[in-house]
Design a protein around this ligand. Structure first.
Ligand SMILES: NC(=O)c1ccc[n+]([C@@H]2O[C@H](COP(=O)([O-])OP(=O)(O)OC[C@H]3O[C@@H](n4cnc5c(N)ncnc54)[C@H](O)[C@@H]3O)[C@@H](O)[C@H]2O)c1
Length: 378
């Protein structure tokens, strides 16, 4: 029998109500939802009642004072302090992306952790999707790798949220960072841009594109530079040089398009493979993988499609998190990897502002190394 972990959830907003809380409740053999917390105490109380949590708090410090084995951090804003506090108490931590808002904060946090990072997993749920794992294998099958492409058309979330049993105020289409008083103007220093670009950088690059940057590096290796980047109110595009191939990324806001689409494709010398994901807010939003290949004989080309699996990636992420929190295995999506994603975000932001190629400042994160998918360190 697996050990049942007492878990607390910090932040009861959109991603918690659509994914983490229902998925924790669906895994009673692995987790006991002991406590929830939100700056909005009435929201925390509603969630405690809806998902069967023993206690509801307003202050994260009170939740961390409860008897817990693990926490899920799903707040808006900077996660670094909460990660430090939870890890400092010896808890297993699943922290939503982005891990932190800037490299300086992340490296300072990393220096404090002293081994605790092995029980910290970062919430890049796509990496747990069966279709994405298939894409990683297909990258070898259709290789050598020539290029990676990632394309996202982000639609209004409200269409996906309308019928879900979540707080009504979460169904409105708003910018991320609903919590009042969150000020990201300090990010101007990181991007060398204006207050406008700092806001776009937070909302588009750190909150959304970081998923694609993480997947691209998992497929093509660590990024060395951002050759080109563009950032505007309607989206972002970038060309990123990675160890094994160059990646092209485009993220576009298409609020009226109805269906959300995210695609990641590898182009290899012997074929190609593409995974297509629907909205992360679907209760089970597993990807669909298509692999294509052939040879000199045009009559012998082939295509195979797998997925979508019945279990969505957020559920699989929690199953994996259980093993990480009990120390059975190291995380697939590590602290160090997420920190190097933030370094890539900063290079991308700077490339967009300066209009020139920018090297990824790996020195700060290199000391800790970028781990590979199997938990070892490169
Ligand atoms: N993995 C994904 O696909 C995915 C999808 C959506 C959001 N996210 C991430 O999840 C996080 C939350 O996003 P969201 O859309 O749910 O935001 P949200 O604004 O809907 O919810 C955040 C909640 O956290 C609460 N909160 C903020 N600071 C707090 C604190 N210090 N202590 C306690 N509660 C606090 C707020 O009151 C709010 O209820 C963000 O980091 C976001 O990037 C990930």
């Amino acid at each position: 029998m697996p050990e049942r972990l007492r878990v607390g959830v910090i932040g009861c907003g959109l991603v918690a109500q659509t994914q983490h809380l229902p998925n924790l409740a669906a895994l009673p053999e692995l987790f006991e939802l002991s406590a929830v917390c939100d700056l909005d105490l009435s929201r925390a109380k509603r969630c405690a009642e809806r998902f069967g949590a023993g206690r509801a708090h307003r202050d994260a410090a009170d939740l961390l004072g409860d008897e817990l084995d693990a926490v899920v951090i799903a707040t808006s804003g900077d996660h670094a302090r909460l990660v430090a506090d939870a890890a400092g108490r010896g808890l297993g931590v699943l922290v939503e992306k982005p891990l932190c808002l800037d490299v300086a904060t992340g490296t300072a946090l990393r220096a404090q952790l002293a081994g605790a990072e092995q029980r910290i997993m970062v919430g890049y749920m796509r990496r747990h999707d069966g279709a994405f794992r298939g894409l990683e294998q297909a990258t070898v099958e259709v290789g050598p790798l020539r290029a990676v492409r990632a394309r996202t058309a982000e639609t209004a979330a409200s269409a996906y949220l309308r019928d879900l049993p979540i707080d009504e105020d979460l169904k409105a289409d708003e910018e991320p960072s609903r919590a009042a008083g969150e000020d990201y103007s300090f990010l101007q220093e990181r991007t060398g841009g204006s207050a406008l670009s700092a806001r776009l950088y937070k909302n588009i690059v750190l909150d959304s594109l970081v998923h694609e940057l993480n997947m691209v590096q998992a497929l093509a290796g660590p990024a060395s530079s951002v050759a080109f980047a563009e950032l505007s109110e309607t989206g972002a595009s970038a060309q990123v040089r990675c160890e094994r191939a160059t990646a092209q990324l485009s993220w576009v806001a298409t609020p009226g398009a109805g269906r959300y689409v995210q695609e990641v494709q590898v182009l290899g010398a012997a074929g190609s493979a593409l995974v297509r994901f629907d909205s992360p807010y679907l209760p089970a939003s597993a990807g669909l993988l298509t692999v294509e290949g052939g040879g000199p004989d045009l009559a012998a080309t082939w295509q195979r499609t797998t997925g979508p699996a019945p279990l969505g990636p957020f559920r699989l992420e929690l199953v994996d998190f259980h093993a990480v929190a009990t120390g059975e295995r190291r995380p697939k999506t590590t602290f160090d990897e997420a920190l190097s994603d933030i370094a890539l975000c900063e290079a991308l932001g700077q490339a967009a502002v300066r209009g020139e190629e920018v090297q990824v400042q790996r020195a700060a994160v290199e000391a800790v190394g970028r781990p590979t998918g199997d938990g070892s360190t490169t």
